[in-house]
Design a protein around this ligand. Sequence first.
Ligand code: ATP
Length: 436
Amino acid sequence: MAEQNVNKLMDKLVSLAKRRGFIFQSSEIYGGINSCYDYGPLGIEMKKNIKELWWKSMIYERDDIEGLDASILMHPKVWEASGHIEGFTDPLIDCKVCKSRFRADQIDVNKPCPVCGNRDSFTEIRQFNLMFKTFMGPVEDSANVVFLRPETAQGIYVNFHNVREAARRKLPFGIAQIGKAFRNEITPGNFIFRTREFEQMEMQYFVKPGEDEKWFEYWKEKRMKWYDRLGLNRDKLRFHEHGKDELAHYARAAFDIEYEFTFGWNEIEGIHNRTDFDLKRHMEYSGKDLRYFDDETKERFIPYIIETSVGCDRILLTCLIDAYTEEEERVVLKLSPAIAPIKAAILPLVKRDGMPEIAKEIVQNLRGEFRIFYDESGSIGRRYRRMDEAGTPFCFTVDSETLENKTVTIRYRDSMEQERIPMDEIKSFLIEHIKA
Ligand code: ATP
């Protein structure tokens, strides 16, 4: 029963996401392609807002982090050095009867197959590398194999000295990057929670060895606080510390920030103390000296790295789920105004008496600064409902009183309360209310 409700909620969200233009199945007219999605007009706005908020908090609001946009295809040696060729694998197991495929660490292989119920039907466990391979140039042989990056982080490590020198940075400092990553996941699913192509927002903070634990604590707290700015429900967020057996090969300590989804607590962000593993390995494999020279102590050493890594698509899904609310007469997305795709709707109450003209003038005045929506079709109630489903926090209605005193009705999405404000205060109202 509980499972049914879980699926129902996800089904409703998937359907709303399509109906309102947040997210579409990729290549839908051809029957779709598993676990690939396209962002529609509202989805792309929301995603952009999330990325901007992350970028702002990493770069604009601080003075110790630089940005980078490294290429997706990298020298194949990068993935040897990083350990991905050897170790970026998931254990794969198949049911010989129903041909279902599972991650062996996600099911109990001593029990019957969870799909068909047959006993002793599993194959041996095989290690499956999650990196997508392709070929560079026209010849498809092993010398030309390149990989689609499974994380953006390596692009940052190999550029450590380029950025440090160009930006004249001293430790501690960070490099932040937003970009696509690809993993050939065995079991993608839960809509955009786990996909094979996704976007990451990663920041690598380079510190002196010995200062790593302090900075790890700092970033752990800092990152958890960031979710307040997205308006997420604090009770649904928690830390999960990786036990010794969960720790990745490079990590000394790792905490996940988890969200309580309808399908259970799951990771949305990882914060890792990667020690000097990455730069040491790249130094070894490239033969280049990647040490840092400390002017004050005259020491040369390999910096330690604290990483914060979050999936933009996964955050977007989290925000949609967190915001999805069913009330007696409506479905409403109670998104934080900072990430809502459309900031305000401008609605003439009726299509006459000069109301559309005034409403369009208001739109004109706001355009360029905010994503605004003008709508004159249908009853005002239906227009409000449409905006509720799109997560638009404010509707401004031009009515007969506007003609008399140049005020408009503002209708708040969450409370549905209405009040009047002067028409010429709409802009400052929005500036103030969409800040995060
Ligand atoms: P998992 O154990 O769930 O496979 P992971 O621990 O390998 O994930 P990381 O390598 O730490 O994940 O990736 C950092 C972040 O990138 C995750 O917290 C998540 O937000 C995002 N991410 C990772 N894999 C995917 C995916 N397949 N689809 C969408 N987002 C992903």
